[in-house]
Design a protein around this ligand. Structure first.
Ligand SMILES: Cc1cc2nc3c(=O)[nH]c(=O)nc-3n(C[C@H](O)[C@H](O)[C@H](O)COP(=O)(O)O)c2cc1C
Length: 214
């Protein structure tokens, strides 16, 4: 089918994952693990600050995080395939996305492979999802998010959904990762989908035993 160039293979193309230096490296790691389970090829690029933050806040060393991807590209390698629109992908997720990386993507003045790959997604009208993480936000941050949204990107701050009643940090992260992959029509099976208040109440206290959430 792909030989026809009709986009029928769109949902099985590689997905680019960017990890920048904001807090929340665990989101990028869980994305890589989930995509591996879904047998989706991943191309990973981590900024220097992303590697520093990972070393500080995640139990896996950067080397082990890189090993979760199908292909890893150094952030300085602006000749990597993902720097060109002719290399076809499903799109890109930056998780977590720092305010510095957000600002570069919003301006189009890209200085490394991560932001160049994001810019490629925007110019090719492919899905670009940014898990921006900072708080509180000033007007410049908000303007940059608006600019990316106006260019077709999707801003997804990793804000927990308490109605999903997560029992652990892992469940909270997995819910967000599942909702992010929903945006690419990929189902991790880890999103308890809302079926309305009545069904939820019928389930009792923890709401996780039966059908409406599965
Ligand atoms: C432990 C740690 C946590 C950080 N958390 C954030 C954050 O949540 N959001 C953010 O925008 N920057 C955060 N920073 C600062 C960025 O790493 C810094 O601005 C860096 O220049 C971003 O570069 P990059 O966009 O190339 O990854 C953090 C830095 C460290 C060391």
């Amino acid at each position: 089918m792909s030989a026809l160039g009709n986009g029928a293979d769109r949902h099985r193309r590689p997905l680019v994952i960017g990890i920048s230096g904001a807090s929340g490296v665990v989101y990028g790691v869980r994305l890589l693990e989930s995509l591996r389970e879904l047998q989706i090829e991943t191309h990973l690029v981590m900024t220097k600050a992303g590697e520093m933050t990972a070393a500080y806040e995640h139990p896996l060393p950067p080397r082990a995080i890189r090993a979760l991807s199908s292909v890893h590209h150094p952030v300085s390698d602006i000749a990597a395939p993902i720097a060109s629109g002719s290399f076809r992908t499903m799109g890109m997720i930056v998780a977590p996305c720092s305010m510095r990386t957000l600002a570069e993507i919003a301006s189009g003045a890209t200085s490394n492979l991560l932001t160049r790959a994001a810019d490629v997604c925007l110019k090719e009208r492919r899905r670009l999802v940014l898990l921006v993480r900072e708080t509180p936000l000033h007007a410049g941050h908000l303007r940059a998010m608006l600019a990316v949204t106006e260019m077709g990107g999707i801003i997804v701050p990793p804000v927990p959904a308490f109605y999903a009643k997560p029992a652990s940090l892992e469940e909270m992260v997995d819910y967000t990762v599942g909702r992010v992959l929903d945006l690419f029509e990929l189902d991790t099976g880890q999103v308890q989908r809302w079926n309305g208040m009545r069904e939820r109440q019928a389930l009792g206290e923890n709401g996780k035993e039966s059908a409406p959430w599965t």
